[in-house]
Write a protein that binds this ligand. Structure first.
Ligand code: HGY
Ligand code: MN
Ligand code: MN
Length: 422
């Protein structure tokens, strides 16, 4: 057994079992809407049922395990995260939080205990960017942030998100039925995906804010031409414009590196056409991932990115033919009362803790639109995430799960039906 009433080795064993359900040629990969992801969900639903949870898929495609409480309280305590991964991601991003929920349910059962509230463990659908160009699809659905235009989005094969949702057992025609108003508290355990907790030798991070994210599609339109016969002065090289843009963007981010609000951006995806060794690139399409803990900064930097792209295009005699917002999530503030429960739990367990802002996006940012939401981070070795090297030691995970378990029981015991909190 681990500290704090949880079973560290059971929790670790479950996590490794689910992590092993990966595309074998690219560990660790379980992409949303894939057969592999469906396998992972079957595995999760099996563990939920073994723990006596009633399993269902809601109208937005979220897998939910539900354990009625000991009292007929109207609202639910929810623990969740996501089981989909980026391509070639790690074994912890997302599933650590879903498995943590399973471990809370199992630890309650070990002690023949029940919460007063109904407990729900959730695997949110498609938290990571995916073939439909939209992240956090399930938590958008649960928080009323999924709309008809999004459902019309199609993947490269022309399949609509509406069809994709139907294929995973959701009911997109009734997706508004997924919107919740009965969640008393939402807790998400997640790996930090950054270096701070490890560097400061902290056991857990209590999240105060979660960044908002905007993903922008930027296209440079030049002219494909022969690599041997087109003089430099006559080229309209789209890749050169994209490279100029990426360097100028990085330069501007360096200038605000130490100031507030927090702003960061990344060009992590680029496609050039015709992408041939003996052809000057005629087109470059890239995605900019822009983040800030301040809404106004997200708007201002969207304008700055557009201006930088236009300048880079002009400097290379090409056009910026597109600068479009692909997806957007607003910055979120975690519920102070729940964060206080997590801090008290960590203190009670003698854990080293600190408050932390999340530079990663999470389902909790959407849940915070409809419920008090809180997050607890466990350290990531070398701060690495979204790669195969992602690692959190069993004991480190166990400390976070123990703090989560304690905070959930604290909230459950203290929330008062009369106050409307329950
Ligand atoms: O990109 C993110 O921050 C998260 O991993 N989806
Ligand atoms: Mn991720
Ligand atoms: Mn994640």
């Amino acid at each position: 057994m681990g500290g704090g009433g949880i079973d560290e080795s059971r929790c670790w064993g479950w996590l490794m079992q689910l992590a092993e359900l990966t595309d074998p040629e690219q560990p660790w990969t379980r992409r949303a809407f894939s057969e592999r992801h469906a396998q992972g969900r079957q595995w999760l639903a099996g563990r939920m049922r073994e723990l006596g949870l009633l399993t269902s898929i809601d109208a937005a495609g979220n897998l939910i395990g539900r354990l009625p409480g000991s009292e007929p309280l109207p609202r639910t305590i929810m623990i969740g995260s996501h089981s989909d991964t980026v391509a070639g991601g790690g074994r912890f991003d997302g599933i650590a939080g879903v498995i943590a929920g399973l471990e809370v349910a199992a630890a309650l059962q070990d002690g023949a205990a029940r919460l007063r509230h109904t407990l729900e463990i959730v695997d949110f659908l498609a938290e990571e960017p995916n073939e439909f160009g939209l992240s956090c699809i399930g938590s958008r659905g649960m928080s009323g942030a999924l709309d008809e235009d999004m459902l019309k989005r199609t993947n490269a094969a022309g399949v609509s998100l509406r069809e994709g949702l139907t294929a995973v057992g959701a009911s997109p025609a009734q997706h508004k039925a997924a919107v919740r108003g009965d969640i008393a508290a939402f807790f998400e355990l997640h790996i930090e995906q950054g270096p701070v907790l490890e560097q400061e030798r902290r056991d857990v991070g209590i999240v105060t804010h979660i960044v908002g994210i905007r993903r922008l599609a930027v296209t440079f339109a030049g002219q494909a031409a022969h690599a041997g016969t087109t003089p430099l002065g006559l080229r309209q090289d789209a890749l050169l414009a994209a490279a100029r843009f990426a360097i100028d963007l990085r330069q501007q981010l360096e200038e605000v590196r130490e100031s507030q609000p927090f702003v960061i951006a990344t060009v992590g995806e680029i496609h050039i056409a015709p992408n041939a060794p003996n052809v000057v690139p005629g087109e470059a399409k890239l995605t900019v991932d822009l983040r800030s803990d301040d809404s106004a900064a997200l708007g201002a930097w969207t304008d700055r990115i557009r201006a930088l792209a236009q300048d880079a295009a002009a400097a290379n005699k090409v056009r910026m033919s597109e600068c479009r917002v692909l997806s957007a999530s607003e910055p979120a503030t975690c519920a102070p009362a729940l964060a206080a429960q997590l801090r008290a739990a960590a203190r009670e367990l003698g854990l080293e803790q600190r408050d932390i802002v999340s530079g990663a996006g999470h389902d909790a940012a959407f849940l915070a639109r409809v419920a008090p939401a809180a997050m607890i981070f466990v350290p990531s070795r070398d701060g690495l995430s979204h790669c195969a090297q992602e690692w959190t030691a069993p004991a480190a995970l166990g400390k976070g799960v123990a703090a989560l378990f304690s905070a959930v029981r604290r909230f459950d015991a203290q929330s008062d039906p009369a106050s409307g909190e329950a």
